[in-house]
Ligand binder design. Sequence first.
Ligand SMILES: [Zn+2]
Length: 345
Amino acid sequence: MLLPTSDSPSLPDRATQHNASIAAPAGEPEYLSESSPKDRPWDRHRSEADRVASMYLNASGWFHRLGERVEQCSQVLQFAWSPEKETPGALTLKLRQAYFCRVRHCPVCQWRRSLMWIARFLEGAPRLLSQHPKARFIFLTLTRKNVPVGELRSALQEMSDGWGRLSKRKEFSAVLGWLRTVEVTRGRDATAHPHYHALLVVPSDYFRNPEEYLTHAGWTTLWRDSLRLDYDPIVHVTAVKSKCAARSSGRPSKPLLNAARETLKYAVKPADMSADADWFLELTCQLHRCRFIASGGILKNVLRERDEANDDLLLLGDGEGGESPRLYFDWWRPVRRYKRRPFDP
Ligand SMILES: [Zn+2]
């Protein structure tokens, strides 16, 4: 947090005392990461976006235009002081406005999108968990052998068809709902490794019911048959370890939230994007307009997957976003940090 200035509302005494000790000395730049430690990830994601932008800008045509958009993404962040939910009386900096390029592989937008989905999961969870208080959750990863990056699109289409067949099999009939995302990692030999992460909801007695429970070997065979493979694919299946999926507040338990975070994280690791420009540009073409997230059963549309606008990536809370004094932080590329404008407009 920053020492309040004329454009900040007056802070409660406790917050003022705390802030006085961390305010930047006169003449020193005020960095976002120091003023608001919870906002430290901004510097990392915007640095990664610089690398992605230059890879696109070094190419021509459509890629170049993507590069121009990524370059402009989140250059200026407008924050305002807001009451902190967890600590009554304290104020915290909250993002109020920014421009997001919404290019699929922009590391900033990918990060914000993942946070948006987690926020929507948290929003939908109390209702879901009150309707199914004893439900259990499973975290499932389904893979296949690596493919040449130029065949990624057809590989993902096959996986989507395979998932369609899997979800109609009787072994899957105990599953009450599911969320499924795509992740692609880069193989050391510059191949692509597409895989699915899925969060499944099952009835409370699922693990005790031999009619319903599917072992690891059972999932492997089911995915192998559904994807029509001639080898056993690598499959991971883990029960989310919480007897009670909801806390008394209606929020998901910590293990459930961790499994949701793992399911809803990035589609392509930024380190894989910047490892090899040729691989990344081909990946961009292959994944153009591919759907990365799907849902079904009682989790259908909990995340409103198709609903995404600039403001959704701001992650404003209820009633937030109106006019209030703003603090401006600009991306300062030479030092790869967001720095406060000395004089806010
Ligand atoms: Zn962006």
